[in-house]
Design a protein around this ligand. Structure first.
Ligand code: BGP
Length: 466
């Protein structure tokens, strides 16, 4: 008998900038990524999402493939500037129509939509007007956008999440400078992150005030950290890394407060986050209904007296990056016994069971959806077929890892492999593939089912037994 509960949902995920294209179609405003990806040296070989895989124009064909795959749910994000070209104010009805049609098409095929409100494509107008996430003004703007989405789609959509992976868009946007707005300013980053939590809380509040029939959650990545050795220095470094990468991001949305030790450290070192009157109550009063957990890899941690900064492997040449270090705090190091992908991500299915266990231990048995999980690889084409057995192996082992967590009592309600279709990997272009469906960039973006498509079809049909 399957360990997965009867109403466990099998799905897959994407995000607007990575699949839609139509970057200026039908009145859409520009996003921060529309500009950033065109700056020299920002993305792998200058790739961008101007056209992406043209899901904007081909969504009916894509939904038909989702239905054929047997998907019961589909996680996608809304492009804020497609609905509100200036970030607030005037509504672009053509943008509303696109998502409305997409939702109807999904429902017609019995596929439950899960909407992410913010998967990193900020209206550029707000960046220019007041500095985007740096300014408290973003909280009102985001609330206006969230309310618009609830109002127009809340009659048909029950599963919502506010944000995707704050650690990435804030961490890389404001600390490492690899994402827009390309800053290396921790002080601004910490305050921007605070504004994300406030925006989340406000959007959760509005969701409840508007009595939307559904649940609202927050999506975070979880890379469980393990110390590279048993030494007290490495264990302490690991504790700090886990605090910064995990507790800092989960506590405010699940407990309504920051982890105390780290809060004191940040305020002492940088004078932020700054709390305005009412912030604490807002966070405390608006805890999310569920957590969306994205899992790809674990990170081993060591104490760090020397390494500062990092270099990302965006080429898929093993060993071409350099691991992240914050001098005096910790560094991420390679596991000498680990199995790694071509992008140097450790393949460690047990880490997903661990990640779920750590959430349950710290926050109680809250509802969890695995909102992303997958293997980025360059899939070979052999005699016209796309071979992706490594992806099948990866996903199978991770599905088992979720099963193990469920057997231990965790309330995991659904699985969304990343990704439904090959799409733009933010910094790695189109060569880092994740999908069940291949897209032929040399042939009019034609869709083609991979080996993994038939496999996942059987997984869903057998409710995870495969
Ligand atoms: C997550 C993002 C996704 C996706 C995925 C894979 O952090 O939420 O949008 O891109 O990672 O990452 P990458 O494309 O860098 O391999």
């Amino acid at each position: 008998m399957s360990v997965f509960p009867k109403d466990f949902l099998w799905g897959a995920a994407t995000a607007s900038y990575q699949v839609e294209g139509g970057f200026d179609a039908d009145g859409k405003g520009l996003s921060n990524w529309d500009l950033f990806s065109h700056l020299p040296g920002t993305t792998y070989q200058g790739t961008n999402g101007d056209v992406a895989v043209d899901h904007y124009h081909r969504f009916r064909e894509d939904v038909a493939l989702m239905a054929e795959l047997g998907m019961q749910t589909y996680r996608f994000s809304i492009s804020w500037p497609r609905l509100l070209p200036q970030g607030r104010g005037e509504v672009n009805e053509a943008g509303i129509q696109f998502y409305s049609d997409l939702i109807d098409e999904l429902l017609r095929h019995n596929i439950k939509p899960m909407i992410t409100l913010y998967h990193w494509d900020l209206p550029q107008a707000l960046q220019e007007e007041f500095g985007g996430w740096e300014s408290r003004e973003i909280v009102d703007a985001f609330d206006e956008y969230a309310r618009l989405c609830y109002q127009r789609f809340g009659d048909r959509v029950e599963l919502w999440s506010t944000f995707n992976e704050t650690i990435v868009f804030i961490g890389m946007g404001y600390i490492t400078g690899a994402h827009p707005p390309k800053l290396t300013d921790p002080k601004k980053g910490i305050q921007a992150c605070h504004h994300v939590f406030l925006a989340n809380a406000r959007a959760v509040k509005s969701f409840r005030e508007m009595k939307i029939n559904g649940q609202i959650g927050f999506v975070n990545v979880l890379q469980p950290n393990d110390p590279i050795s048993d030494s007290p220095e490495d264990r302490r470094a690991c504790e700090l890394a886990e605090g910064i990468f995990t507790h800092w991001l989960y506590d405010p949305v699940l407990k309504g407060e920051y982890p105390a030790e780290l809060l004191a450290m940040a305020q002492q070192a940088f004078g932020v986050p700054y709390f305005a009157p009412g912030d604490e109550a807002l966070l405390k009063g608006n805890i999310v209904d569920f957590i969306g957990l994205n899992y790809y890899k674990r990170e081993m941690v060591a104490h760090n007296d020397d390494v500062e900064g990092y270099a990302i492997n965006t080429s898929g040449q093993k060993g071409s990056g350099r691991e992240l270090g914050f001098k005096g705090l910790f560094k991420l190091v390679r596991n000498p016994n680990g199995v790694y992908t071509d992008w140097d991500w450790e393949v460690y299915p047990q880490g997903l069971t661990d990640a779920i266990g750590r959430i349950v231990k710290r926050y109680g048995n809250i509802p969890i959806y695995i909102t992303e999980n997958g293997l980025g690889a360059k899939d070979p084409i052999v005699e016209g077929e796309v071979h992706d057995q490594p992806r099948i192996d990866y996903l199978r082992d991770h599905i088992q890892a979720i099963g193990a967590a469920i057997e231990q009592g965790a309330d995991v309600r659904g699985y969304y492999p990343w990704s439904f279709i090959d799409l733009l990997s933010w910094l790695n272009g189109y060569q880092k593939q994740y999908g069940f469906v291949y897209v032929d960039h040399d042939n009019n973006l034609a869709r083609k089912k991979k080996q993994s498509f038939g496999w996942y079809q059987r997984v869903i049909a057998s409710h995870g037994e495969q």
